[in-house]
Ligand binder design. Structure first.
Ligand code: HSE
Length: 429
């Protein structure tokens, strides 16, 4: 290899790995010009060499054991694209850094769990640990936070950061189908992660929001304190009701500064149909960052797929080739604050759905418990009856979620309550 090139060891040849090879080959000239030197694949490693692939591997050096890439003298950067929060990804990155190799990864789970430790290691070695592809696929949101908006004090970041959930919710609405049917379709199309709870259980969004929170607030990554609610319990009836009230349901990730500490949440929310978030369809991601000087800025684009994710990996590589070494979380990792976990509740309006017995005094009982918990009703509707029972919809004024939960627990135990009450936050974005 010529001396001046940046030599990479590519581990993982799935969708993203193949996208990276494709981009390096097709855009070789512009990448070389912009990087100031050639970015060359020195070695490739994947589980199965003989798997049928659409490109010719014979031009590349093949390495069977990923850990040997971490100590290969010819390699400057290890590109880890196998994923997973555990082994071998963790050891590959750890050993690569200890062996003085820069690291580029798309591994959101690993960064969410071990990001602080790995960032410390990278900094001690004066190396880059870049993971642009870990959040929102082709949207360069980490670079925005680390570089473009770095003069701002960020108060809030929120977004739709899981394309699979957005696809499922969009299809449920468009096709008038329930969750289980659309979920199966999404699985057949290959949109759902191997462990589906990562997507529909909100964990993938939580990995991503914890990364965004750390970059936004200068705090150590704190995945364990993300409050997570997924989309499995969202029913078609709630999607229809939301629509009739001028809303759509989206799985939102939110990170916000509170009076003391930070709040990190992932949960389905009603958002106004006409808002940027309300207009979001399919697998597209959208992220909003609120800074004290830039104010609110929005970033939209494909959240997954070979091309968009490869685009982010290549940008990380070009930064390294240029010598643009930015700390993994935008500042010295030793100086990242330990975030204070807060139970402080942000006040929000909620959509509530009950199935109640249609008898005198039922609503009085319901309203009594809500009132006792300081929950004020903004709008209310009783829908077409189901047998003896009446479906009741309520939109509250901004209220405290802890009080709401205790009110709903009390209501769910009453005779009048015929199914588990449903509550969904309303974000009037
Ligand atoms: N499962 C993820 C998504 C892939 O649907 O957004 C990209 O991180």
């Amino acid at each position: 290899m010529e001396k001046n090139s940046l030599n990479i060891g590519l581990i993982g040849l799935g969708t993203v790995g193949l996208g990276v090879v494709d981009c390096l080959v097709k855009n070789r000239e512009i990448i070389t010009l912009r990087a100031g030197r050639e970015i060359k694949i020195s070695a490739i490693c994947a589980k199965r060499k003989n798997k049928k692939r659409d490109f010719d591997l014979s031009n590349y050096r093949w390495v069977q054991d990923p850990l040997t890439i971490a100590s290969d003298d010819d390699i400057d950067v290890v590109v880890e694209l196998i994923g997973g929060e555990n082994e071998p990804a963790k050891s590959i990155i750890e050993r690569s850094l200890l062996n003085k190799k820069h690291v580029v990864t798309a591994n959101k789970a690993l960064i969410a769990h071990n990001g602080h430790y790995l960032a410390l290691l990278a900094e001690e070695q004066k190396l880059s640990l870049n993971f642009e592809a870990a959040v929102a696929g082709g949207i360069p949101i980490l670079k925005i936070l680390k570089e473009s908006l770095c003069g701002n004090k960020v108060s809030r970041v929120y977004g739709v950061i899981n394309g699979t959930c957005n696809y499922i919710l969009t299809q449920m609405e468009n096709e008038e189908e329930d969750f289980s049917k659309v979920f199966k379709q999404a699985q057949n199309l290959g949109y759902v992660e191997k462990d589906p709870s990562l997507d529909v259980g909100g964990i993938d969004s939580a990995h991503k929001i914890s990364i965004l929170a750390s970059l936004a607030f200068g705090t150590r990554i704190d995945f364990d304190n993300v409050v997570i609610k997924g989309i499995e319990s969202i029913s078609l009836v709630d999607i229809r009701n939301a629509k009739s009230m001028g809303y759509r349901i989206k799985l939102m990730g939110l990170a916000q500064r509170a009076k003391k500490g930070i709040i990190q949440e992932v949960e389905p929310c009603l958002v106004p149909k006409e808002s940027l978030f309300g207009k979001l369809n399919g697998g597209t991601n959208l992220v909003m960052v609120e800074g004290d000087f830039a104010d609110k800025t929005h970033y939209i684009g494909p959240g997954a797929g070979a091309g968009p994710t490869a685009s982010s990996v290549i940008s990380d590589l070009i930064d390294i080739a240029r010598g643009n070494i930015v700390p993994a979380f935008g500042q010295n990792a030793h100086l990242l604050e330990i975030p204070q976990h807060t139970s402080e509740d942000l006040l929000s309006s909620f959509y509530l759905r009950f199935l109640l017995t249609d008898k005198p005094g039922t609503l009085a009982q319901l309203a009594g418990i809500l009132g006792k918990n300081k929950i004020s009703i903004n709008r209310m509707r009783q829908l077409q009856h189901q047998d003896e029972n009446a479906p009741v919809l309520i939109v509250t004024h901004p209220i405290n979620k802890t009080l709401l939960k205790s009110a709903l627990e009390e209501i769910s135990k009453l005779e009048i309550c015929k199914s588990e009450p449903v509550y969904i936050k309303i974000e009037d974005l």
